[in-house]
Design a protein around this ligand. Structure first.
Ligand code: APR
Length: 233
């Protein structure tokens, strides 16, 4: 019984034109995390935080899935249910490429969350400061994204999948943010084969059994083609 668990990061959406975080001109070179991506920042200056996510929501809506997103959708289609895709990304490019059941462990830009009652709804393109929650009507709408200091979503489910993985792949992530950066260790504990696909070495490259280096739009389709040809041979 094969189970492929895939983790993606900002690098898989880079060639779709979306900024990564820690590359030279990445988001964290232009915005301070403590100003735009923590609960304290939202309490202190909700307008600045909403403007940051409105900008990212606009960019994500303009972006198109690339060959790497499409290759993973093809893999999921071929392996019907034996592929679990976990993403740290808050864009919806995996879904727009055809992947279903994607686990967004850091939330997603298309989601709105009520900070008071926990109600979730589809976010508007531009979320205004003090927007009312459609359920409890309090002015506590926030982007449904996981900020630093908050608990990522669906972690129990993710660890269950990792404990059953026969193959774990990390794609386009720098391995600097936990818990995602530790998934390779969990997968190895389950005796999974591990592969990293990235433009350059990450902070956890040494933990992987196999490394494929290059732009995601080249190395991810090639990797998927190898998996699919191995499967039929
Ligand atoms: N193809 C493949 N990999 C790429 C490409 C590309 N075209 N371009 C960049 N990369 C790689 C970079 O080399 C880097 O290792 O993608 C990785 C991006 O790393 P980060 O910018 O740190 O993004 P990510 O790992 O997803 O960050 C994790 O940190 O700030 C938080 O919540 C945020 O989800 C994010 C988390």
């Amino acid at each position: 019984m094969e189970k492929i668990v895939i983790l993606t990061g900002a690098g898989i959406s880079a060639e779709s034109g979306l900024d990564t975080f820690r590359d030279e001109d990445g988001l964290w070179s232009r915005h301070r995390i403590e100003d735009v991506a923590t609960p304290e920042a939202f309490a202190r200056d909700p307008g600045l935080v909403q403007a940051f996510y409105n900008m990212r929501r606009r960019e994500a809506a303009k972006a198109r899935p690339n060959a790497a997103h499409e290759a993973l959708a093809r893999l999921m289609q071929a392996y019907q249910g034996d592929v679990v895709l976990v993403t740290q990304n808050v864009d919806d490019l995996h879904e727009r490429a055809g992947s279903q059941g994607v686990i967004h462990m850091h939330g997603h830009l298309r989601g709105a969350l009520c900070a008071a009652c926990g109600h979730r709804w589809l976010a508007p393109e531009e979320m205004a400061t003090g927007e009312a929650c459609p359920s409890c009507n309090q002015a506590t709408a926030r982007p449904d994204v996981v900020w630093f200091g908050e608990i990522p979503y669906q972690m129990d489910e993710i660890y269950d999948h990792l404990s059953e993985a026969t193959l774990f792949a990390a794609i386009g992530t720098s391995g600097q943010v936990y818990p995602a950066a530790g998934f390779v260790i969990e997968a190895k504990a389950a005796r999974a084969y591990t592969v990293e696909l990235n433009l350059e070495t990450s902070d956890v490259t040494s933990a992987f059994a196999e490394i494929r280096t290059g732009p995601a739009t080249q190395i991810v389709p090639a990797w998927v083609d190898d998996l699919l040809s191995d499967r039929t041979s």
